[in-house]
Design a protein around this ligand. Structure first.
Ligand code: GN1
Ligand code: MG
Length: 359
């Protein structure tokens, strides 16, 4: 066993003796490990939180604790229907070691996650998951820390974008005229949408902010949705972003980084299924402006992802983990193909929202 990891894990209030610590999954941002214990004690998830992406890990952990405690007070099975944060032996929510921040939560057994939705029932369940998450938190009224500045704020993203293009640190701008044009041609439209959030036409709530399918836990015995995990980006924003990010993920017929663009389209069946699940939990708490812009949110977040992947490529690949040199460019192109597919099918998306909302 890795002695350094063991020393870190042992600083948390873990039950039982640690039997093994192994790497788990492949997040783009954090490093995740599963900590198995001997006998009947629970197992745990240990994460090294990416301190460059999350400059305020203590603030992030305070957010996660507040939100999970709020949910626990309301659900039938508080140990399975949300994450359980494990403090350190001296009562902190994280360990700081050699400039890195570590946190632990309880591993929820008999669960399953998916990388993509291969059938509408799964998209429906995913929609129920995020709809329920937001409905449970609709009356949450404590302020949350803004742990990543302007995370889904396209005005701020464009500020970063302009600065990155001006600096051109990797000398890549000259090869990217076409791709940069994809972003620029949509600047006004995207800023126009965001100004509705800024002027309060679209309200803000507690949001998850990273609602792709792999961040939903399903109950293995029943197949039902259990809870939203990866709460690192829980902050206050518009709930439309959570809907939009999920649509970006669930409706894609290809992979997020598909090299074969023919694979990538938005499946309107998946859109319908996700939207139906989401509205079954959320409709009663939504404002007319949120309903009006719901379908557009898919385009907004997919656009943002095009911008962020391309910006990271221009920046010399410093934010997202990459598996090969032009990975961020491949991601950009695949997400752009998805965006175009959404733009083409936008009238149908709007009609579906209207139909389901009037049921
Ligand atoms: C990152 O690390 P992960 O997989 O949870 C990113 C999301 C992106 C996503 C793209 C904090 O999420 O915003 O949508 O990659 N998270 C952060 O797959 O930037
Ligand atoms: Mg995440």
């Amino acid at each position: 066993m890795n002695e350094k990891l063991l020393a870190i894990a042992n600083q948390f209030a873990i039950e039982g003796n640690i039997a093994s610590i192994d790497a788990l999954g492949e997040g783009f941002i954090n490093d995740t490990y599963i900590v198995k214990t001997e006998g009947e004690s629970p197992n745990y998830i240990l994460q090294r939180k990416n301190h460059i992406v999350f400059p305020d890990v203590p603030g992030m952990m305070d957010n996660i604790l507040a939100v999970t405690e709020h949910i626990k007070a309301k659900v039938a099975d508080p140990m399975r229907e949300t994450l359980t944060v494990v403090p350190t032996l001296d009562g902190k929510l994280y360990v700081e070691s050699e400039g890195n921040f570590w946190a632990v939560c309880i591993f929820i057994p008999d669960t399953i996650t998916y990388d993509r939705a291969d059938k509408p029932e799964l998209a429906y369940q995913g929609g129920v998951g995020i709809g329920r998450f937001q409905a449970l938190l609709a009356d949450f009224d404590k302020p949350l820390n803004e742990t990543i500045k302007g995370f889904h704020n396209i005005r701020w993203r464009f500020e970063q974008w302009d600065a990155t293009i001006a600096a051109d640190p990797a000398g890549r701008v000259k090869e990217l005229a076409e791709e940069i044009g994809w972003v620029e041609s949509r600047r006004e439209e995207m800023l126009g949408f965001w100004s509705l959030v800024e002027n309060g036409t679209i309200p803000t709530h507690v949001t998850h902010n990273d609602t792709k399918i792999s961040n939903i836990l399903f109950d293995r015995p029943t197949g039902n949705v259990l809870c939203a995990i990866d709460l690192d980006t829980v902050m206050s924003s518009t709930s439309l972003n959570d809907f939009g990010d999920a649509i970006r993920s669930y409706t894609n017929t290809g992979a997020e980084d598909d090299k074969c663009l023919e694979n990538v389209e938005m499946s309107i069946d998946m859109f319908r299924a996700y939207t139906e699940g989401y509205l079954s939990e959320q409709l009663s708490t939504m404002s007319p402006s949120e309903l009006e812009w719901l379908a557009f949110a898919g385009r907004y977040i997919t656009f943002e992802q095009v911008l962020r992947f391309l910006m990271d490529y221009i920046d010399g690949d410093r934010y997202y983990k990459i598996a090969y040199p032009d990975h961020n460019l491949v991601r950009t192109r695949a997400q752009y193909k998805l965006l175009q597919s959404m733009e083409r099918q936008y009238p149908q998306m709007q009609a579906i929202v209207k139909e389901l909302a009037s049921k």
